[in-house]
Design a protein around this ligand. Sequence first.
Ligand SMILES: [Cu+2]
Length: 272
Amino acid sequence: MWSYMVVATTALIGTALGTAIPRAESTCTEPVVRKEWRELTTSEKAEYIRAAVCLRKLPQPSTPRLTRHPLRGQLLPWHRWYLQLHENLLRTECGFTGTQPYWDWSLDADALNTYHSPVFDPVTGFGGDGRRTGSNVPGFERCVVDGPFANTNLTLAMGWPDMNFSDMANMLEGLPHAQIHSIIFGDMGPATSPNEPLFFLHHANVDRAWAKWQGRNSTRLADYTGFQDSLKTITASIDDTMPVMALADNEPMVKDYMDIQAGPLCYTYSSL
Ligand SMILES: [Cu+2]
């Protein structure tokens, strides 16, 4: 399942490169609120899709740069950084006026109606099941694929009372995170997953789950353990830097992406 966690830098990189992210000295007193997709008004949905399409049309490097996500333990802080970069680019490059939405797939799974989730609405969402292309290459059979998951139960237990970070991250990454990638598949499956617009709504929800587990608990806000590599030879540390793969000038540090309301981050979720 980990093979899906490769990252297409082409999805984000255009002429726009992130700049060095300083640790903010100011405190986060008015965090922006990331809302669930169905909490958005029709015009807010249209504005997000407009900006997402705009970002996609920015000039791309001539050679696609596909890079395997190198450090297993960093999935959560790395995607937190990546999401913030994406949200910043929507604003700076495409004049986006909203905040990054998330897709709470557990709502659809609980209703046993994921197939008709509002995110797949062909008018106000990200499109439906698509058409057959005639190709038999896995992931390319349809031009838009959402997959047969009406009966898949992806409900995410949000309690995790006694888990440390490593246990929580393994559970979150292995099941709901990877499941959504492989159920949608198409662009969402392989190295091109950030090309799929739902990638960012999905990862915002994964990020929300981590933020919910953290709460405002100082121990959990600093809990970062595990290994950097799948062979479990390199211990992960909160002082580790994370690879930017040409998306920014400086490598962000894990410790700056632990708290969504400190340092370079200042946001919250409509439901935590
Ligand atoms: Cu992912």
